[in-house]
Write a protein that binds this ligand. Structure first.
Ligand code: AGP
Length: 606
């Protein structure tokens, strides 16, 4: 999820663009760049400050485009930063989104003599426009012809040296808005960099292409029919926009989970063949065919995601799996042989304990893999192969959408390795089809967030809560408890439901409620009997149950329902109400949910 911003008017474009990119920094911050007509193109790795330092005072022009990168294809390097240009350095583009068919287009353009300097998918756009400028009558037509061959998502701004006071903008699946000023106009991924200049915003729709000059903006469909889009006057503050109107990044990121699942799956499921296409693992596919053991390492939520991966990989890929917390793995003496893979899971890709665990594994000659969200991060660079989550930047310290994406990625790896082994086409197809259904099912849970808020407020006075679960939802008991601990600072403990009678049951009374994940699955009856043990000690039970299970109401004090799915995928649904429960519980206790005390988003020290 990158940030794009452009300006055309009569003021100093570079100052306006740099200030505007700051407001978009929550979208991505690993590299940035700017092109201003009549002056040139400057790119830099790192955040805005680095770019600002490079731009001298005489970087003056009145039309420019700029970009803040959240890498998806290619490391965060200067060459991979945007704006990208063509062989003649006359066409400049910035892009937010993913071009899925970029490899084929790039090969064709290279065969036509084009020279590429970056590893990105986006650079094909500037060379396509260059190519079409040779045949099309004008810049507009060269741009729309180029866009017509792209598959994937894009928010694009293009600029052409020969037409200085004009920028062309297009949207397909990635947000783009216009800011309508007086003698000046703006284009951005969202209104946050614009509203300090004008409140008149035009939201482009998928398939829209706009030609913007200082005094005009005309919107067409990609097949050249002119259309009208209303101006909406918005009175939001910048912060509100960064949070999509939600009060906190944590809530925004929970609400974003359906998109996150889609983004993690995009281009990676071949449902008809029951296969998972994971480019980042292709290079070690043969080695992976011979492995017989996987050690998953991670910390915090990433560790709990790993525990779910253990159940999936053992049951559906028939591979022996162990899961380790990074800080213990690096000081133990793990036995690693040549058929053992060590798989690191990390949102930030910078967690010191997980990184050192990977380095320890490499020293012992293990093949190391990564499931990482931050492109170009240290763990991504130091592992031999892996897959990116594509979940976009996660700002809230409590991991929510990244956790969902980690489980989704693990299910893709389960299909990938399973289909190399005994998993049937039918089973691979079934898991794939059910994965594609999950975004809708998450949406239906999010539609009940008001009920979940009421329940969270009802339980918000308790200082101790127990979370119990079994099998695939055993790790969810721990993750649910971790969410509540992190953002509301109360004592919440995750436990295997079957372990209750071996100790924790002693804690139970009417002041120590239990959250029980009791879904209609292979261990349902076992969890029910554990809930009865709690009720027998006057403990209150808040159950997470499968829609249609009315019987559980007679046992539980309160119930949060979720739709039915495959047991192996049920954690992707059962954690959603627990994330919302923790969020609203913390709000009721006036906690700072986005920046909880004593915690950091990325723990880069031991
Ligand atoms: C989870 O909500 C926490 N922020 C924390 O436990 C986190 O999962 C852990 O620090 C691992 O971070 P990583 O995924 O960036 O490696």
């Amino acid at each position: 999820m990158c940030g794009i911003f452009a300006y055309t008017g009569n003021k100093n474009a570079s100052k306006i663009l740099i200030d505007g990119l700051k407001a978009l920094e929550y979208r991505g911050y690993d590299s940035s760049g700017i092109f201003v007509h009549g002056v040139g193109n400057i790119k830099s790795t790192g955040g805005i400050e680095n770019l600002k330092e490079k731009i001298g005072s005489n970087f003056q022009g009145t039309t420019g485009i700029s970009h803040l990168r959240w890498a998806t294809h290619g490391q965060p390097t200067k060459n991979n930063a945007h704006p990208h240009t063509d062989c003649t350095e006359k066409v400049f583009i910035v892009h937010n989104g993913i071009i899925e068919n970029y490899k084929e287009i790039k090969e064709k353009l290279i065969s036509l003599g084009h020279k590429f300097i970056s590893e990105t998918d986006s650079e094909v756009i500037s060379h396509l426009i260059e190519d079409n400028l040779k045949t099309e009558k004008d810049f507009e037509n060269a741009v729309s012809k180029s866009l017509s061959v792209l598959n994937g998502t894009f928010g694009i701004i293009a600029s052409y040296v020969n037409e200085p006071n004009k920028i062309i903008v297009a949207r397909m699946g990635a947000p783009v808005v216009l800011g309508i000023g007086d003698g000046e106009n703006f284009v951005a991924s969202d209104p946050s960099p614009i509203i300090r200049h004008t409140k008149n915003i035009v939201y482009l729709h998928d398939g829209d292409i706009a030609i913007v000059t200082p005094d005009s903006y005309d919107i067409y469909t990609l097949d050249n029919n002119i259309i009208n889009r209303d101006i909406e006057v918005i009175d939001w503050e910048v912060e509100q926009i960064q949070k999509d109107g939600h009060e906190h990044f944590m809530l925004k990121e929970i609400i974003n989970c359906p998109n996150t699942v889609n983004d993690t799956l995009r281009g990676r499921l071949m449902t008809e063949e029951g296969l998972a296409k994971l480019g980042g693992l292709e290079i070690v596919a043969d080695k992976l065919r011979d492995i017989n053991r996987i050690i998953i390492v991670g910390c915090g939520s990433a560790y709990y995601a790993g525990l779910i991966g253990e159940y999936m990989l053992e049951e559906y890929a028939e591979i022996q799996v162990e899961v380790e917390i990074g800080s213990e793995f690096r000081y133990r003496k793990p036995i690693i042989d040549k058929n053992t893979v060590v798989l690191a899971i990390s949102q930030s890709g910078e967690t010191a304990d997980t990184l050192e665990a990977i380095r320890e594994a490499k020293r012992k000659g293990a093949l190391t893999l990564g499931i990482v969200n931050t492109v170009g991060s240290t763990i991504a660079r130091e592992t031999d192969a892996g897959i990116y989550n594509h979940a976009g930047p996660e700002i809230g310290v409590a991991s929510t959408k990244a956790f969902i994406s980690q489980i989704t990625a693990l299910s893709l790896i389960t299909i990938f390795l399973g289909r190399q082994r005994q998993m049937s086409l039918t089973m691979g197809k079934r898991i794939g089809e059910e994965l594609l259904e999950l975004p809708k099912k998450i949406d239906s849970i999010l539609n009940n967030k008001e009920e979940i808020r009421k329940l969270a407020e009802k339980y918000s006075k308790y200082k101790n809560l127990l979370y119990i679960g079994r099998k695939y939802n055993y790790p969810i008991a721990f993750e649910g408890a971790l969410k509540l601990k992190e953002v509301s600072y109360v004592h919440a403990e995750g436990y295997g439901a079957g372990e209750m009678k071996h100790g924790p049951l002693a804690m139970i009374d009417e002041n120590f409620p239990t959250v029980a994940i009791s879904l209609d699955d292979s261990v349902y009856k076992k969890v029910i009997s554990n809930m009865e043990e709690i009720k027998a000690r006057k403990g209150k039970v808040l159950a997470i149950a499968t829609e249609g299970d009315s019987g559980i109401k007679s046992l539980a004090d309160d119930v949060m329902y979720i739709p039915k799915t495959l047991e192996m995928l049920s954690p992707i649904l059962s954690i959603i109400p627990l994330q919302l429960f923790a969020y609203y519980f913390a709000l009721k206790n006036d906690c700072n949910v986005d920046k909880p005390r004593n915690l950091a988003k990325s723990v880069t020290v031991e």
